[in-house]
Design a protein. Structure first.
Length: 351
C-alpha cells in the first residue's frame, strides 16, 4: 500500500480546490482548467521519488539525479507554455502586425515625398535622426535604422508595456495565478519565466520592425555598399550584420522597460493600471529629457539611451555610447527586477 507525503497531498489539494466547489474561474485570458493541468503536471514532475519497505513505511528520500534532470525540463516546459500564451494572444499578434506595417508606411512616405525630414546633420541621438532619413533614398538599408529610431520612442514601449504589465496582474485579475502557484514550482521560477517570456516578445517585436523595414527598403530604394554617417563605406552584408547589433541593443532597452512594467504588475491586480503607469513613466521621462534645466539627470534616464545605437553607423563602429547604454539597461533591469521579486515572493494571492 502506497503512502503519499503530506506536502504532496497539500499541493494536490490546492491544485484541485483553488476555487470554491472546484469550479474554474471565469474571465478572459488563459483558461483556469489549463492552468490547473499545468499545476498538476509540474507537481508530478517535481514530486520526490520514494522507496517503500515493509508495512508501507517510507524509507527512501528524494532522488537527487531525477530532481537535477527534471528541474530544467520543468522550467523549459513552463517557459514553452508561457511563450505559447504570449504569442497566441490575438492582442499581441495585432500589435506585432501594427509594428510590421509602420516601417512600410514610412518607406512609402519617403519614396513619395523624398527623404529630407528637415534639420541639419545629427545622428540618431540628435534631433530625431534626420541624417539617417536623408540617407534612406540612397540606400534602402537605412530604412531599418530610421524605422527603429522612430518606433523606439513610443510604439515599441507601448507594446512591451502591454505584455509585461499584464504578465502578473492579468493572471491575478482573472483568478489563474493561484493555479500556477499551486504547483511546487516556486514563485521565483514563475516570475523568471514570466520575465523571459516578455523578453522573447521584445526580441520578436524589434525583429519584426527590422525585417519589415529591411524588406520595404530593398523593394523601394537602391541597395549596395553603404555610406556611413562618418563618411566611410562598408559592404552590404556588413550593414546587415550591423542591423543585427542594433536589434539586440534595442531589445536590451525594451527588456529594461519590461522589468519596470513587471514590477508595477506585481503591485496591482488590475493589468490596465500597470500598463498605463508604465506608458506614463515613459512619456514623462521623454518630456523631462528635453528640458535644458534638467540636463544633469538625462544620463540616468532610461529613455535617453534607447536611441544610442548610431555608433553602428560610423567607421570604426563607435561602441562607447552603446556600452554605457547597456550598463544603464542592466541597472534598471536589476533594480526593478529585484523590486518585482521582493514584492511577488511576499505577496498574498487573494484573487
Amino acid at each position: 500500500m502506497s503512502t503519499v507525503s503530506g506536502k504532496e497531498a497539500v499541493s494536490t489539494e490546492n491544485a484541485t480546490r483553488a476555487t470554491p466547489g472546484g469550479e474554474p474561474a471565469t474571465g478572459t485570458g488563459p483558461a483556469p482548467e489549463t492552468a490547473r493541468e499545468t499545476a498538476r503536471e509540474t507537481a508530478r514532475e517535481t514530486a520526490p521519488e520514494t522507496a517503500l519497505a515493509g508495512g508501507g513505511r517510507v524509507l527512501g528520500s528524494p532522488a537527487p539525479v531525477t530532481r537535477a534532470v527534471g528541474a530544467p525540463r520543468a522550467w523549459l516546459r513552463l517557459l514553452g507554455s508561457e511563450a505559447g500564451l504570449v504569442f497566441r494572444r490575438p492582442r499581441n499578434l495585432a500589435m506585432l502586425a501594427v509594428l510590421a506595417v509602420i516601417p512600410a508606411l514610412i518607406g512609402i512616405t519617403l519614396r513619395t515625398f523624398g527623404g529630407s525630414m528637415g534639420g541639419e546633420g545629427g545622428g540618431v541621438g540628435e534631433g530625431g535622426g534626420p541624417a539617417i532619413f536623408e540617407q534612406v533614398t540612397g540606400n534602402g538599408l537605412f530604412l531599418t535604422f530610421a524605422a527603429l529610431s522612430v518606433l523606439v520612442q513610443l510604439l515599441l514601449p507601448v507594446a512591451v508595456a502591454v505584455v509585461a504589465g499584464d504578465s502578473i496582474a492579468g493572471e491575478a485579475g482573472i483568478g489563474t495565478l493561484r493555479y500556477l502557484l499551486a504547483a511546487p514550482a516556486g514563485r521565483t521560477r514563475l516570475l523568471a519565466v514570466k520575465y523571459v517570456g516578455v523578453i522573447l516578445f521584445c526580441l520578436a517585436a524589434v525583429t519584426v520592425v527590422a525585417l519589415s523595414a529591411l524588406l520595404t527598403g530593398l523593394l523601394l530604394f537602391p541597395a549596395g555598399p553603404i555610406t556611413l554617417l562618418s563618411g566611410g563605406t562598408i559592404p552590404f552584408l556588413d550593414g546587415v550584420l550591423r542591423i543585427g547589433v542594433v536589434v539586440l541593443y534595442v531589445t536590451a532597452g525594451m527588456a529594461a522597460l519590461a522589468a519596470i512594467a513587471l514590477a508595477l504588475s506585481t503591485l496591482t491586480e488590475v493589468s490596465i493600471g500597470a500598463i498605463a503607469s508604465t506608458v506614463v513613466l515613459v512619456i514623462v521621462a521623454q518630456v523631462l529629457g528635453v528640458i535644458p534645466q534638467l540636463e544633469m539627470i538625462r544620463p540616468y534616464m532610461l529613455t535617453e539611451w534607447w536611441n544610442g545605437f548610431d555608433g553602428v553607423l560610423r567607421d570604426p563602429m563607435a561602441t562607447g555610447e552603446m556600452g554605457q547604454g547597456l550598463l544603464v539597461f542592466a541597472a534598471y533591469a536589476v533594480v526593478f527586477g529585484s523590486i518585482a521579486w521582493a514584492r511577488f515572493t511576499g505577496k498574498d494571492i487573494t484573487a
